[in-house]
Design a protein around this ligand. Structure first.
Ligand code: F6R
Length: 255
């Protein structure tokens, strides 16, 4: 089932998504959180950081697994997702850094790293809550449009559109890595709960296609229609196409 929570703007979207994570940690203090990188979840992390610093949320028993990492980028490089997560979240909360897991994009044997990463997720008891963003081309994690849904964690060649979208972090498209490791769709779908954060009109088409058109591997996020517990937290701008098409909602909560 998909539940929509629609908010006025990015700030409210971020606060709402952070509240859902707060509730998850209050319910289970050693939750395994699946985390996304990118611009969208930064505000969510900012709320969690501020609540943690004010003693309202405790990350000391929390464990995390990230969706993806660029290949060929050192962890210490500012462009790595490890660096991004440390900087924008982990270094500012009371999480134990050894409880934060991110695929190793510099691993010598990438296939072995993918298998080991997935085994670790299983050993940690599976993902309780997976936070997702979405690419304009419908990717979740770095599961790019293709003819099938890849089950397992794997290496992927990034689409030109993805490299272009992410070039804002690199200065030029040329500098964006060509490959990444990503959790597979099977891993994402085995999360007990999924929270998808989406903001901005540039994501409105993607949001519409994900939930109101047929499930199609050329638009990977559409698989989320088959998950039993998805909460979409979207701002009004991201809802534009859904509003324009006047689709009927069974379960729309508007805040
Ligand atoms: C990042 C990730 C990607 C992003 C997506 C949206 O870990 O898995 O799927 O969530 O590319 O990125 P932003 O939020 O930067 O628009």
């Amino acid at each position: 089932m998909t539940r929509f929570i629609v908010t006025e703007n990015y700030e409210k979207m971020s606060e709402k998504a952070a509240l859902i994570i707060l509730q998850q940690i209050n319910k289970k203090d050693n939750s395994l959180l699946g985390l996304a990188t990118g611009s969208t979840p930064v505000g969510t992390y900012e709320n969690l950081i501020s609540w943690n610093q004010n003693g309202l949320i405790d990350f000391s028993a929390v464990k995390t697994v990230s969706l993806d990492e660029y290949m060929g980028v050192e962890e210490t490089n500012e462009q790595s997702y490890r660096w991004f997560m440390n900087e924008n979240f982990f270094n500012q909360i009371n999480i134990k850094i050894e409880n934060t897991h991110i695929p190793k994009g510099m691993a010598e044997d990438i296939d072995a790293e993918c298998k080991e990463y997935e085994r670790r997720i299983q050993l940690l008891g599976g993902i309780d809550l997976q936070l997702l963003g979405i690419g304009e081309n419908g990717h979740i994690g770095f599961n790019e449009p293709t003819s099938f849904f890849e089950k397992h964690t794997h290496a992927v060649a990034l689409k030109e559109s993805t490299r272009k979208a992410n070039s804002r972090f690199f200065g030029s498209v040329k500098s964006v890595p060509t490959h990444a490791i990503t959790m597979g769709i099977g891993v994402i779908m085995s999360s007990k709960r999924i929270v998808l954060v989406v903001n901005g009109e540039h994501k409105a088409e993607a949001l519409y296609k994900s939930f109101f058109e047929n499930v199609d591997p050329m638009f990977q996020a559409s698989i989320l229609q088959y998950h039993q517990d998805v909460t979409v937290v979207a701002d009004h701008d991201a809802m534009k196409v859904i509003y324009d098409k006047k689709v009927a909602f069974n379960d729309l909560i508007s805040l």
